[in-house]
Design a protein around this ligand. Structure first.
Ligand code: MSP
Length: 582
């Protein structure tokens, strides 16, 4: 993965028909960490998360609660914001799709694509699942036996009846039958363009097995899709036919563009945009497995249409040009669904983890730690509550906090007015710390890598120097695993040097060990900062590095790592991470 100068990351926009649960928390956390990491690495960065309000689900929910739709959506928006603010997420834009700037932009896009002939009208008869906000074919559905609750694939051998009905596999609801005049987007026109785009950009969908799946889907042939509904709601109306409103995906996907071009540069009174944002296109869209095709196929094709990225060859076919990439997202990072305690999340089972109350009961860092460390982003995962607490106790309360506490207690014992002056670190320790830094951010050149390999070997380390930085290839689990391996080594260093013994008769050795431990904690703290910002700032402050809360916005991570600091511990600390009783 190449070095980036800027970084724009997005989460899916969450439907405004409920408050965020851990599934949503997961994607916002990934985006938030990557945003913070890229920002402190010196890249101009942006992180957006929104609410998808123009959906039928929200209308139905508001009706059920007997509320006016806008009042209902206002309550939901406030509820979503409260969750992200509680966890200190540093989104740079939080906008709702009912906002005028988004309406204006989507209409502008629709008009452009219509004038180009990429949108046409057709009378359409199909099934529509409100839960997915998507049209369905028989292939997308399963049979449900209403008596037993079992679902099974649709085959000609089984006859539909009052008891055996066709349902959406995710929502277990029968889709609505719809026959109406709709507008369609000519996706099929972009068949070759998309195939060529996929061939030229093999990191477009991550992980790679997902890329292969989507590519195979594209190769089976793309069909045009409906972009409008005849319903009379408050959604965005088509500029060329105001009897129709745009159906969820055309509206929802362009949120990523609105946020980027219409956040700072929207001239509200004249409804003008300055389309050129230096941060466009997105570097990363973080999405769940259920919405990959919308992001990986519909979205680039819509952008190709809007940005006129098409060159008709002499064969009459539209071909992809290498320069098109400057207007298209770089990567779609996909995650899987996870279950809680082995079961699908469901309110009736009481296993829905509500992020705020869960964090108040235990700790804010527990959810982040476990969701990122227990399984890689792209694997199916299970949130096991008792495992989560065990992991938190082992990694944060024992491994990290115990060590910090040792340094605090021993420093105070040595001399309360005493400052830990910078001194050179033992060679094998600087080697392992450079390894940590490099393995996360891929910051060294070839010569430096060779040098590092040599010094690791001399230090008796058997670890391989990686070619790709784990933070730059979005492998957050590998990054945390690396950091925790460093903490294990740090604990081992403490056990080897035993400053609690040397303190009795060897001040020089004790000071050297304590300085090394404090410096090591500073470096590990810098690497952990994108994951646990609140706690790491607290740790820096207590180590006499109060100014880090400003430095982390002004300095680059690499420069901070290279700095030489003095440490001064003045008093005993409250635990940074308290043990949780199971
Ligand atoms: N509004 C659309 C996204 C539009 S993006 C232009 C949407 N919203 S959603 O609220 O239903 O879901 C948002 C994301 O949460 C989806 O990517 C979905 O995969 C994810 N999750 C919902 N339940 C989940 C789990 N149980 N586990 C992990 N992620 C889950 O789709």
């Amino acid at each position: 993965m190449s070095e980036k100068k800027k970084f724009y990351v997005t989460t899916p926009i969450y439907y405004g028909n409920g408050l965020p649960h851990v599934g949503h928390f997961y994607s916002s956390t990934i985006a938030d960490i990557l945003y913070r990491y890229n920002k402190i690495s010196g890249r101009e960065s942006r992180f957006t998360t929104w609410i998808d309000e123009n959906s039928q689900k929200a209308v139905i929910k508001a009706q059920e609660e007997g509320k006016n739709i806008m009042d209902y959506l206002d309550d939901m928006a406030a509820g979503h914001k409260k969750v992200w603010d509680h966890f200190g997420m540093e989104y740079t834009d939080f906008i709702r799709t009912t906002e005028p700037r988004h309406h204006v932009l989507v209409q502008k896009v629709l008009q452009h694509c219509f004038e180009k002939g990429d949108i046409y009208q057709w009378v359409y008869e199909w099934m529509y699942c409100v839960g997915c906000e998507a049209f369905k074919k028989d292939d997308d559905l399963v049979f449900l036996n209403k008596t037993s609750g079992e679902t099974f694939p649709i085959t000609p051998k089984v006859i539909e009846s009052d008891n055996i009905i066709k349902v959406c596999p995710d929502h277990l609801e029968t889709p609505d039958n719809i026959k109406e005049k709709n507008y369609f987007f000519k996706l099929s026109k972009y068949q070759t363009w998309i195939e060529e785009f996929y061939a030229a950009n093999q990191d477009f969908v991550m992980p790679h097995f997902r890329y292969n799946e989507v590519k195979a889907f594209v190769e089976r042939g793309l069909e045009d899709f409906s972009i409008s509904r005849e319903t009379n709601t408050f959604w965005i109306s088509l500029p060329f036919d105001n009897t129709q409103v745009t159906y969820v995906w055309f509206d929802a996907l362009f949120n990523y563009y609105t946020s980027c071009v219409a956040s700072r540069w929207w001239d509200k009174d004249n409804e003008n945009f300055i389309d050129e944002s230096t941060l466009w296109p997105a570097n990363l869209h973080v999405v769940g497995k259920d919405i990959i095709r919308f992001h990986a196929i519909f979205w680039p094709a819509m952008l190709a249409s809007y940005f006129d990225l098409w060159e008709q060859g002499s064969d009459g076919i539209i071909h992809y040009q290498d320069s098109d990439i400057s207007k298209l997202p770089e990567t779609i990072l996909t995650w899987w669904f996870f279950t809680v305690d082995g079961q699908k999340m469901s309110k009736s089972l009481w296993n829905v983890i509500e992020p705020i109350s869960y964090s108040e009961q235990y700790s804010k860092e527990l959810l982040t730690l476990y969701m990122l460390c227990a399984f890689p982003i792209w694997n199916d995962g299970n949130y096991d509550r008792s495992d989560a607490i065990k992991m938190y106790n082992a990694k944060l309360a024992n491994n990290l906090w115990n060590l910090v506490n040792r340094v605090v207690v021993l420093s105070l014992k040595l001399d309360q007015a005493w400052v830990l002056e910078p001194q050179s670190l033992p060679e094998e320790i600087s080697a392992t710390l450079s390894y940590l830094n490099h393995s996360l951010s891929y910051s060294l050149n070839q010569d430096q890598i060779i040098e590092l390999q040599k010094s690791l070997k001399e230090a008796g380390e058997t670890i391989d120097v990686p070619v790709k930085g784990t933070m730059l290839s979005y492998d957050l689990k590998a990054s945390l695993d690396n950091i925790f391996v460093m903490l294990d080594k740090l604990n081992k260093y403490a056990d080897d040097t035993q400053p609690w013994i040397t303190i009795k008769d060897d001040q020089v050795a004790t000071k050297e060990a304590l300085y090394t431990l404090a410096e090591w904690l500073r470096q590990v703290g810098l690497q952990l900062y994108p994951f646990f910002p609140e706690k790491m700032l607290e740790m820096f402050e207590k180590l006499w590095l109060e100014e880090y809360k400003f430095h982390l916005n002004r300095w680059k991570l690499q420069e901070l790592i290279a700095k030489q600091e003095m440490f001064h511990i003045k008093e005993k600390w409250e635990p940074l991470f308290k043990r949780i009783d199971i």
